[in-house]
Design a protein around this ligand. Structure first.
Ligand SMILES: Cc1ncc(C[n+]2csc(CCOP(=O)(O)OP(=O)(O)O)c2C)c(N)n1
Ligand SMILES: [Mg+2]
Length: 355
């Protein structure tokens, strides 16, 4: 006997195309004012990104991972989340932190290299930035387990990159979440690159979303440059979370370098980047809102000026008011301080290494 025991398919979702045309049958039910808010946050995220890059180049921030091109994925998720939902980042989701209301000066303090800037993530129901690729996912599944155990009406949304889906942690987390039917949503921010490794060398799988199937978990692929598609997919995943997790692959593109320690000119030609410029996540929303009379050049200018002011004031606060306590670096590493660390601390204090 031979029979098919499993078959699966992955849907691709796009609501708004590159020219701002909307498929009304797929349009999520949200007021226009919310789409305006989404657009403002996307502009804000892009402005914050540009400022961060500039500060890093002036030696005023440490290594920084740009988000440009990935605004729709980040803001679409953030706008679909409720206050009690928990956000579990990797290291590129500055737009989500922004839209969830992390104090901006804390964001700058963190990217200057001080963990103190991560303390306020608790206030916005977020875990701190996670640099080890993939390790945030088992943590996120654990949070979702607690939410279910405590009967909370909330989900956990964890981000991972295309590269991160090759890590064991990815499978372990979705497997655990699938078995336990956890309110867990994994956002694969597929920006086509893991530093210099292109998507095609990452896996032979046709989509990253289909990796969910092996864990018996819902998987869907969306246009990650379409903020409405991302918003809709996350809203649906929240609604389905009582029955278990969802993996959402957001297909987007890393328009800039991996981090400020990277030079993409070494491994990808500009001609690869160009087609993605036409798929800019902001452009299509601007076209849509302008056609509806909800946006204008003047509004864009006023919004940019207001956001720039907020950014500049936050930079000032992070540079003028924040005084790092170098002792924290030593005191929090182990439950007790070994002699070698005591020597290092004395050396650092004497030489003002933390300035
Ligand atoms: C466990 C681990 N391995 C390697 C690294 C070095 N590293 C940092 S980011 C990165 C690539 C991540 O690519 P992806 O998951 O696609 O996320 P993206 O940077 O594109 O957002 C690597 C290999 C790391 N931080 N952690
Ligand atoms: Mg990537």
């Amino acid at each position: 006997m031979k029979k098919q025991v499993y078959s699966g398919a992955i849907d691709y979702l796009q609501v708004m195309d590159e020219n701002g045309n909307v498929d009304m049958q797929l349009m999520p039910s949200i007021p226009d004012s919310k789409i305006v808010d989404m657009y403002k946050y996307m502009l804000f995220a892009r402005a914050l990104d540009a400022k961060s890059l500039s500060l890093q180049r002036q030696g005023r921030l440490a290594t920084y991972a740009p988000l440009i091109g990935e605004e729709a994925t980040q803001i679409g998720v953030a706008m679909a989340l409720r206050k009690d939902d928990v956000f579990v980042p990797s290291f590129r989701q500055h737009g989500v932190f922004l839209a969830r209301g992390q104090p901006l000066e804390d964001y700058f303090v963190y990217w200057k290299g001080y963990e103190d800037g991560a303390k306020s993530t608790r206030q916005i129901n977020a875990l701190p930035v996670c640099v080890p690729v993939g390790t945030q996912l088992p943590h996120g599944a654990g949070v979702a387990f607690a939410q279910k155990y405590l009967k909370r009406d909330a989900v956990t949304v964890a981000f991972v990159g295309d590269g991160g889906t090759s890590e064991g942690d990815f499978y372990e987390a979705i497997n655990f979440a699938g078995v336990n039917k956890l309110p867990f949503i994994v956002i694969i921010e597929n920006n086509q690159w893991a530093i210099s490794v292109p998507r095609k060398d990452q896996t032979a799988a046709q989509t990253l979303a289909q990796k969910a199937m092996a864990a018996g978990v819902r998987g869907v692929q969306v246009d990650g440059n379409d903020v409405l598609a991302v918003y809709k997919a996350v809203t649906e995943a929240i609604a389905a979370s009582k029955n278990g997790p969802t993996v959402i692959e957001c297909v987007t593109y890393r328009m800039s370098m991996h981090t400020t320690a990277d030079d993409p000119a070494k491994y990808r030609p500009d001609s690869d980047v160009k087609p993605w410029k036409d798929k800019d996540p902001l452009k299509r929303v601007s076209i849509y809102l302008t056609a509806k009379g909800l946006w204008s050049g003047q509004l864009e200018q006023d919004t940019a000026a207001q956001q720039q002011k907020q950014i500049d004031e936050a930079v000032d606060r992070s540079e003028q008011q924040f005084k790092p306590d170098p002792k924290g670096m030593f005191e929090t590493l182990y439950s007790f301080m070994p002699d070698t660390l005591k020597d290092e601390e004395r050396n650092a204090v004497e030489n003002n290494f933390w300035m």
